[in-house]
Design a binder for this molecule. Structure first.
Ligand code: KG4
Ligand code: ZN
Length: 344
């Protein structure tokens, strides 16, 4: 059995966790930065990096204390090395390197997206490779065929905004504050999903890619028209997002070799309406469905520690010269989506 310390600092959550290869979560600690970023309506990279630098080391100590372990008891140190806000990533990775150097333990540089992608395996021992993954977060919206640790085939990506970004922008338009996803979902429960006519960008298009920028603009126009209640805008927006995700996923399923398992991961996987749709898609295609518990969907260090477990078991450790990467696609060989902007 191996014991891995995980460190996460790529966006606005500082986190540390201790996880074992037999799926015990010995501790997981999380410090959010909502109050620091709230006045700005989004994450401010410089504020995030400073906050990570202040809180990370005591948080790692707290995670080790709760696990009743010292640094010498862990087998490796896994730290997020990208993609993300580079200042924050550097804080976590450099801390991981320093701990690895001081303890003589190996370092595992983890791709944050691989953390999300493998997190369902931490809670579901039945989930074997390969599986089809919908990865939906604040920065990413992708469909991946997960073939093994470090082995991904990207079937689709967004050509503009990520799904979480669309939730956050809708929240901003409706004056709900940051982070927007949970607030839009709560408001949507009270509204009529068919009240506001909104587009379903790329629905029916040939490749299974996503687009959400036009949906966000339509939400803005609907709000500015003054004709619709906020609850109805929230419900209609969420329904449009669900419809787009379903259409694109159905397309991807037609195009890839059958797999037994459909899996969702990333912060937007916390959304109940999206989970319900995915459960139905899985049932319609004779697939099992796995969604991690809500706390494991949004950013955390247990998923980084678990990716560390899997990489360590596969012999994938890193030297102390490994660098932090603001961009780091899971499938570097994937062809660029037509019309794609800067996001991969
Ligand atoms: O994975 P994550 O914690 O951070 C990134 O790596 O991006 O995802 C955060 C994103 C945010 O855009 C947030 O608004 C969204 O996940 N989110 C939700 C919900 N909870 C979080 N979106 C829709 N419904 C939710 N319940
Ligand atoms: Zn994330």
């Amino acid at each position: 059995m191996s014991i891995i310390l995980g460190i996460e600092s790529s966006c606005d959550e500082t986190a540390a966790a201790v996880v074992t290869s037999d799926r015990q979560i010995l501790s997981h600690k999380l410090a959010g930065q909502e109050t620091e970023h709230a006045p700005f309506g989004g994450v401010v990279p410089e504020i995030a990096a400073r906050a990570h630098a202040e809180i990370l080391t005591p948080l790692i100590q707290a995670a080790l204390d709760e696990a009743e372990l010292g640094l010498n008891d862990v087998d490796a140190i896994a730290a997020t090395a990208g993609p993300g806000l580079i200042g924050g990533v550097m804080v976590g990775l450099v801390t991981g390197k320093a701990l690895a150097m001081a303890s003589g333990k190996p370092l595992v540089a983890v791709n944050h997206l691989e953390g999300h992608a493998l997190s369902p395996r931490l809670v579901n021992p039945e989930l074997g490779y390969p599986y089809l993954l919908l990865l939906v977060s604040g920065g990413h919206c992708q469909i991946l065929r997960v073939e093994g640790v470090n082995q991904y085939r990207r079937l689709a990506t967004t050509i503009d905004d990520a799904a979480g970004e669309a939730f956050d922008k809708t929240a901003k338009i409706l004056g709900l504050g940051y982070p927007g996803g949970p607030k839009v979902e709560a408001l949507a429960k009270k509204g009529d999903a068919s009240a506001v006519p909104l587009p379903r960008p790329l629905k029916g298009s040939k490749e299974p890619h996503f687009s959400f920028a036009g949906l966000k603009s339509a939400v803005l126009r609907a709000h500015e028209s003054g004709k619709f209640a906020d609850v109805d805008i929230a419900a209609s927006f969420q329904q449009a997002t669900v419809d787009c995700l379903k259409d694109r996923l159905d397309k991807a399923l037609l195009e890839t070799k059958p797999v037994k398992h459909l899996v969702v991961a990333g912060g937007v996987a916390a959304n109940g309406a999206i989970r319900a749709m995915l459960e139905q898609v899985a049932a319609d295609n004779d697939m099992a469905f796995t969604a991690p518990p809500l706390w494991l969907c949004t950013d955390n260090a247990a998923m980084i520690a678990w990716a560390g477990v899997e990489r360590f078991a596969a012999g994938l450790t890193d030297g102390l010269d490994v660098t932090a990467k603001p961009r780091w696609p899971l499938d570097p060989g994937a062809t660029k989506a037509r019309g794609a902007g800067v996001k991969a």
